[in-house]
Structures are given as structure tokens and as C-alpha cells.
Design a protein around this ligand. Structure first.
Ligand code: ACO
Length: 325
């Protein structure tokens, strides 16, 4: 049976030039490369320069994705940007990107689901494209988490980094089977009761300040693996796809231990897991599209591959998406 699918036409990434290593961090707070690597798998992260805004990172990733797709901004009619670190409270970062790309047509808006933001944005764009209302979407994850960190708090400042990634989706007719290219299923969840475990202690509607990221690391860890595996199993159940069928598992890159434990519980072989957390740290909504772009650039992800995405983050929010590339 004919149905529209959102097919990935291209992807792109941008990382700020400045790299901060664990040993650089040990000059700022009492920590060590050994502690950070053992607990998180992180060795380095990129940090945006003073004049690099989230929208600038997003624009660079979006341009790279357009080049990869062989398209121009004229071809795009929807821009969805997932971010928790917008340039301004408003307007949306997505409209800044739209303007920078020279687009005066179509619609652009931000979506905020913290570390799950990219999967939420992908699912949202997929609904627009498969409804027939829009034809081609730029889906971006872009963050400058370095600006939300308390650089005196060693329990959080060692975990995060800055960056942006983007994909171009295009509506295409499929047969309605699992052999179709495109987004095959998405599953989104949230539970606001967990706010205090991972949050920013400021905002325009409360403190009128930007605030800093606060986290109960152990509590986040305790919930993460269960939530991630639940939502990936939802995707397996809905499609009939199994862990063995997956070509690549591209998880949100928060912590190597969370990724390893999730893959193991799901029965996904370690050599199918795309890892960038070692060199990017946790870039929140940017981490999945950055990992996708890395695995595309080095030739791992190829057309026809079955790619499972998953994320979990503040809220809590958690989500999965299965794509045939
Ligand atoms: N360097 C050295 N020591 C540290 C550091 C640091 N950077 N941070 C904490 N410690 C110390 C603590 O003070 C504590 O010392 P104490 O025993 O003397 O009190 C000790 O290390 C152990 O602290 P814990 O918090 O219990 O360490 P844990 O093993 O739980 O690891 C971590 C902490 C890495 C944050 C872990 O809980 C974790 O990964 N949680 C998940 C958090 C996460 O990934 N959040 C990202 C956002 S959510 C998401 O994207 C899924």
C-alpha cells in the first residue's frame, strides 16, 4: 500500500575549533583524565568561541547537510531546530538559521526536549512530511551547553560539549513496507515528575536569568538504561525488527557506560554501536546528528542500512526512531 516516507537525503555537522581535553579540565576543577574516562568514556569535547552562537553552529551544520543532499535552501520548506540553548529566549533559533540561509518561505520553529530533542524533532518533521503538508525538512540539533554549565561544579562541567548536526528529510512515496527507505517508526515519551534530577535552575518565567545545569547523576544513570531499552523495544515491537536486524545503533552520546549497558540489554552487538562521546562529550540535542554525520563520513552508514536512534534526557524525555537509510 502506497504511503509517504521521510527519506534522509543528507546529513552534516559542525564542531567548534576549540578542543578541551580532560587534562585541560583538571586545571579548572579537581578532577582527572582517569576519573572522567573511567566513569563516562569522555576524553575531549569542543567548546564554542565567544562569537559562536547556537544558531551559527546550526547554520554551519545545515549548510553541510544541504551540500551532502545536493540541495539548496530554496528546496527546503520546513526547519525544525532542537535546542535547549537558544541564542535568545525568542525568536526561535530555527528562524535565525532560516534567515542566515536566505530563506523567506516555509516555516521554522524550535523544539525543546533536551537530550531527546533531535529524535523529537525528527518525529515532528516526519509527521509534517508524511501528512503531505511539507516536502523537505532540515532537522537540526544544535547546542552551546558550555554556556549553561557551572564551571566550578566538577560533577557536571566534565560531561558536556558544544556542536551541531543536521539532516535533510524529503517526502517520498514508499510501498508501506519495512523495505521502504525513510523513517519507519518513532516513539516519544516523557515524565515531568523527574524534573529535579536534571534541570537548569533559571529561566525567563521563573528567575528571569539563564541559570545553570544541575543534575543528580546517579539518579539519571539509574533511570537511563531502563527508559532507553523500553522505547527501543517499542520500536522493535511495532515493526517486528529485531536487534539482529539493526545495521547501526546510534544512541544519544551521554556516557559510554549508559550506551554499553543499553546495547547489551537490547542484545545489540558492540560493533554495531556508533560512539562519539569520547571526542564530543554530551552535546545534548546535537549528539545524534553529529554521530550520524561521523558514521556517514567514514563510510559506515550506507543506503539501505537499518539505523536505530535513541535518546534520553531532562524532563525526563526519552525517544527512539528507526530509519532505513
Ligand atoms: N572528578 C573527580 N571526582 C568526581 C567528579 C569529577 N569530575 N565528579 C564527582 N566526583 C566524585 C564525587 O564527589 C564522589 O566523591 P565522594 O565519594 O568522595 O563523595 C565520587 O566522585 C563518586 O561520585 P558519584 O556521583 O557517585 O559518581 P558516579 O559513579 O555516579 O559517576 C556520573 C558520576 C559520571 C555523573 C554518573 O552518575 C553518570 O554518568 N550519570 C549519568 C549522568 C548523565 O549522563 N547525564 C547527562 C545528561 S542526561 C543524558 O543525557 C542521558
Amino acid at each position: 500500500m502506497f504511503r509517504l516516507r521521510s527519506v534522509v537525503r543528507g546529513c552534516g555537522a559542525y564542531l567548534p575549533e576549540r578542543v578541551m581535553t580532560n587534562s585541560d579540565l583538571s586545571q579548572l576543577v579537581e578532577t582527572s583524565d582517569e576519573w572522567i574516562v573511567q566513569r563516562t568514556g569522555i576524553r575531549a569535547r569542543h567548546i564554542a568561541a565567544e562569537d559562536e552562537t547556537t544558531s551559527l553552529l546550526a547554520e554551519k551544520a545545515a549548510r553541510a547537510a544541504l551540500v551532502d543532499a545536493g540541495l539548496t535552501a530554496d528546496d527546503i520548506d520546513l526547519v525544525v531546530c532542537a535546542t535547549s540553548t537558544p541564542d535568545y529566549t525568542f525568536p526561535a533559533t530555527a528562524t535565525q538559521v532560516q534567515a542566515a540561509l536566505g530563506m523567506t518561505h516555509g516555516a521554522a520553529f524550535d523544539l525543546q526536549a533536551v537530550c531527546s530533542g533531535f529524535v523529537f524533532a525528527l518525529a515532528t518533521a516526519d509527521k509534517f512530511l508524511t501528512s503531505g503538508s511539507h516536502r523537505r525538512a532540515l532537522v537540526i540539533g544544535a547546542e552551546t551547553f558550555s554556556r549553561l554549565l557551572d564551571w566550578n561544579d566538577r560533577t557536571t562541567c566534565v560531561l558536556f560539549g558544544d556542536g551541531a548536526g543536521a539532516v535533510v528529510l524529503e517526502a517520498e512515496e514508499g510501498k508501506g513496507t519495512l523495505e521502504d527507505r525513510g523513517v519507519l517508526t518513532t516513539h516519544l515519551r516523557s515524565d515531568g515528575r523527574h524534573r529535579s534530577k536534571l534541570f537548569v535552575d533559571g529561566g525567563p518565567g521563573s528567575t528571569r536569568t539563564v541559570g545553570h545545569l544541575r543534575m543528580e547523576g546517579r539518579e539519571v544513570f539509574r533511570h537511563a538504561v531502563g527508559m532507553i531499552t523500553d522505547v527501543v523495544e517499542d520500536a522493535f515491537r511495532t515493526t517486528g525488527v529485531t536487534a539482529d536486524d539493526i545495521t547501526w545503533f546510534v544512541p544519544h552520546q551521554a556516557n559510554k557506560r549508559i550506551i554499553d549497558a543499553s546495547a547489551q540489554k537490547l542484545g545489540i552487538a558492540p560493533d554495531k554501536v556508533v560512539i562519539t562521546v569520547d571526542r564530543h562529550g554530551n552535546t545534548s540535542a546535537a549528539s545524534i546528528p553529529l554521530a550520524l554525520a561521523a558514521a556517514r563520513a567514514d563510510g559506515r552508514i550506507r543506503q539501505g542500512d537499518l539505523v536505530m536512534l535513541e535518546a534520553m534526557g531532562g524532563g525526563f524525555t526519552w525517544a527512539s526512531a528507526l530509519i532505513r537509510w
